[in-house]
Each structure stands twice: as structure tokens, then as C-alpha cells.
Design a protein around this ligand. Structure first.
Ligand code: CTP
Length: 425
């Protein structure tokens, strides 16, 4: 079966999630009760803000939008009104009150301006208050309330030293910057300046509103234990055997699951920054197994996105291995590692699901089906090494126990992660 990542939701069998079985507070979402003021300024990236508003609302936040006059050249008021279920604020001197900026400042727990243009950044940094967004920012920052900005502009504008200095000025005053990304720009060039991915912006909002540790109270949709990165099998204290896994797919799955309201715990071989998840850093397969065993009983889902080494060096040396005499060969004896996914597949309870990845170079679907059986997994995500390894995109086949496979066409890892989770959770 074929489907695009962004329409995968439609393919999802309706019966998979029994809403009535969800704990009562699940529907509230992790941002329940939080007031998020979303500001939009004049950039084509305004269309991405629609997804941000949807994500915030899905996660329980109340959203109001405030727009600059230029933003309305790119997005319709009705769209924002419908998505946020609230009026769009654009007039400093509205019919109802002449102190709209103060009203919005009082209401909001966080002010997020996404996209923010070079023009508005510079006005913010100079303390100018000539429209509702800039006036609100002035009052908001003056009260030391949290502000997040996600710039979007052409590379030349971004590299302008005045713009850069103004960004630094704002950062020094505590404004959180969600950095731009590199890719095709609206002006037809390719470069740095695209507004950050919505997941990243949401993440920053979430971390600001719910610092790590406080967040998990409402994460009642379920707990996901996720492994990522390539395991490292030591040869001696400075050398190891590993693979080319970057951990990117795993991190996209974590971020996406988190934005869907799941409690995420990560076991990774790669350090992860700026994320609120409980994370254990491991090196070898044996370390990863130990960490998974520790947390598995609490998890509703285990997603093994890690590229786990099948073999380890039998006797790693306690000191650095020296080069042999010229011409002499070196033989390392390898022994098989335990299979983490298989082990968990054998002990899982009825309410627990195990999901694995199968990275192959040929016969990828057949190989994945065999692994699903052998490891008693609920799903195996098949992907191809040359597409998946160390890239920003992926193409996958999601195979379930009945042998049915859903094809997610090549797309960004963020979108593929979303499509996978919509199928397997
Ligand atoms: N896996 C695991 N423990 C291992 C090896 C693999 O938990 N010792 C998990 C991986 O994280 C992945 C799935 O099993 O989710 C499939 O891994 P993969 O390396 O594709 O397959 P293998 O079973 O190792 O078989 P092969 O390497 O022969 O393809």
C-alpha cells in the first residue's frame, strides 16, 4: 500500500486507539491551561505557523494570534481565527479597548513570534513600538515574561551584521531564538534563512513553559522508550567498532511523539541537547540492553531505532593496542551480542508494544518480515541503507504482524517520523 507521509493519518485503521481507554487527563495535553500568544510578521513562513498553532492546541494550550500588517499579506485572518478559535489581534487601538497590548501581555504565559522578520527583530532590539506586535513585545519583555522568536528571511538579510547584532541583543535580554535552517528559500535561492521546523519551535515553547521534570504530570497518552544512535563495541580504551547511524531518525521520532503528548524516555549513544526527555547515554550493546531492561517495565512502547551491533570484541584490551610488526595481520575475535528487541519481545506484557527498524541493502521488505517474526515485534519499519543513513530524509515501509505493509514515500525525517507514529501508536 502506498501513501504520502502527510496523509498517513487517513490510512490509519480507526479501531487502533480506543479513546475511551485513555486516562481521563490525556485529552488535556501537556500544555493544558497555558496561554500562548503567537505573533506573525510578514514572511511566507506564516503558512508554517498554521501547523504550529494546531500543535499547540492539540497539546492543550490556549492560543491567541497577533499579526503585523505585513503578515496579513501572507495569511488570511479567517485562517488564524479558525485555527486558534480566537479573534486575531492586529489593531493597537481596537474598538473594544485602547490598551490591547497590555491586555495581551497580561493574558499570555509566553509570547512566540514565528515567523519574525529582520524588520521586526530590529524594531524589537531598538525598543520601537509602532504596531500591536512591537508594542506587546515592549510591554512583555519589560515584565521579564518569556519570549521565543523564530526568524525567517533571505540569507543576505540574515547575514547582515545589524540583524545579527540585533539578534544577539535580544538573546542577551533572555529572548529565546529558534535558529533558522538551511534549504530552498522563497526568493528562489538555497541557503540559511528558512524558519525552523515547527517541531523545534514547539519544543522550545514546551521547554520554556514546562522545564524538564515538571512536564510529565500530564503526559498521560503513554510512555515511549526509544533507543537511538549506533552502539559502540570497544576494541581497546580508545578504539571501537560502530556504524554510520546518526540518530536523526530516532530524535525525530522522539520529538514527534513528545509533541503528540507522549512521555518520551531516550537511551542513546549520542548526546542530545535542548530536549526535556529523560535520557541515558550508553556506548555498547550490553550497556544499552541494561538500560532498556531497567526502563522497559514502565513503557507502553519500545521503539528500537538504534543501530545495534550484532557482535562485540570478545576480549577488549585494557590498554591501547600497539601496531604489530610490518606485514603482520591482526585478528579480533567477535562474539554475538544479545538481541535487545528480541529479548523484550519475549518478556513484553499484553499492553506493551515493541517496534523495530530493519535497515537493509536488498530484499528489504522480506528481510523485515522475517525479523518481525523472529523478534516477536508488533511492527518493523523497513528502510534502505543508502536512503536512510546520515541523511535528512527517509523512505520506509511499516510492516505489521499480519504482514501488511504501508509505504511512506521519501520525505523529511520529521514527516516520516510523524507518519510512522500515526501508524504504530
Ligand atoms: N536489534 C537489537 N539488538 C541487536 C540487533 C538488533 O535490538 N543485537 C534491533 C535493532 O535496534 C532494530 C532491529 O533489531 O530495531 C533490527 O536490527 P537490524 O540490525 O536491522 O537486524 P538484525 O536483527 O541485527 O539482523 P541483520 O543485521 O542480520 O540484518
Amino acid at each position: 500500500m502506498k501513501c504520502r507521509a502527510n496523509i498517513a493519518r487517513k490510512m490509519r485503521p480507526k479501531a487502533r486507539q480506543d479513546v475511551s481507554n485513555e486516562p481521563l487527563n490525556a485529552a488535556k495535553g501537556p500544555l493544558f491551561g497555558k496561554n500562548v500568544l503567537v505573533g506573525l510578521t510578514g514572511s511566507i513562513a506564516c503558512c508554517k505557523t498554521c501547523e504550529l498553532i494546531r500543535t499547540l492546541i492539540k497539546n492543550g494550550a490556549n492560543v491567541k494570534t497577533v499579526v503585523s500588517p505585513a503578515a496579513l499579506e501572507f495569511i488570511g485572518e479567517k485562517t488564524l481565527e479558525t485555527l486558534s478559535n480566537s479573534l486575531v489581534y492586529s489593531d493597537t487601538f481596537s474598538k473594544s479597548r485602547s490598551t490591547e497590548h497590555i491586555h495581551l501581555t497580561d493574558w499570555a504565559d509566553i509570547f512566540v513570534i514565528a515567523p519574525i522578520t529582520a524588520n521586526t527583530i530590529s524594531k524589537f532590539a531598538a525598543g520601537i513600538a509602532d504596531n500591536l506586535i512591537t508594542s506587546t513585545f515592549n510591554a512583555y519583555l519589560g515584565l521579564k515574561k518569556p519570549v521565543v522568536i523564530a526568524p525567517a528571511m533571505n540569507t543576505g538579510m540574515l547575514n547582515n551584521p545589524f540583524v545579527q547584532n540585533n539578534i544577539i541583543k535580544l538573546q542577551n535580554e533572555g529572548v529565546k531564538i529558534v535558529k533558522t535552517e538551511t534549504g530552498p528559500l522563497a526568493c528562489g535561492t538555497v541557503g540559511n534563512g528558512r524558519m525552523a521546523n515547527v517541531v523545534k519551535i514547539y519544543q522550545t515553547i514546551f521547554e520554556t513553559l514546562c522545564p524538564a521534570g515538571v512536564s510529565d504530570i500530564n503526559r498521560a497518552k503513554g510512555k515511549i522508550l526509544l533507543t537511538m544512535g549506533g552502539t559502540r563495541e570497544p576494541i581497546d580504551p580508545v578504539r571501537f567498532i560502530s556504524n554510520a547511524s546518526s540518530g536523526r531518525m530516532g530524535l525525530c521520532l522522539a520529538d514527534c511523539a513528545h509533541s503528540m503528548g507522549y512521555d518520551v524516555e531516550i537511551i542513546s549513544t549520542i548526546k542530545i541537547e535542548n530536549r526535556p526527555y529523560k535520557t541515558t547515554i550508553v556506548n555498547s550493546t550490553l550497556d544499552m540492553l541494561e538500560a532498556v531492561e531497567k526502563s522497559f517495565s514502565e513503557a507502553d512502547y519500545l521503539i528500537m531505532a538504534a543501530a545495534v551491533a550484532d557482535y562485540r570484541v570478545k576480549n577488549p584490551l585494557p590498554h591501547k593496542l600497539s601496531k604489530k610488526n610490518e606485514g603482520e595481520t591482526l585478528t579480533l575475535e567477535l562474539v554475538q551480542n544479545p538481541d535487545i528487541l528480541k529479548n523484550m519481545g519475549q518478556i513484553k506484557k499484553e499492553n506493551q508494544k515493541t517496534i523495530g527498524f530493519s535497515l537493509g541493502t536488498e530484499n528489504i521488505i522480506e528481510t523485515a518480515k522475517a525479523k518481525l517474526q523472529a523478534k516477536n515485534a508488533d511492527f518493523i519499519i523497513a528502510n534502505e541503507a543508502k536512503v536512510a543513513l546520515n541523511t535528512d530524509e527517509n523512505e520506509v515501509w511499516i510492516i505489521d504482524k499480519s504482514g501488511k505493509s504501508v509505504h511512506i514515500e521519501k520525505n523529511s525525517k520529521e514527516n516520516v517520523a510523524k507518519a510512522i507514529l500515526e501508524q504504530v501508536l
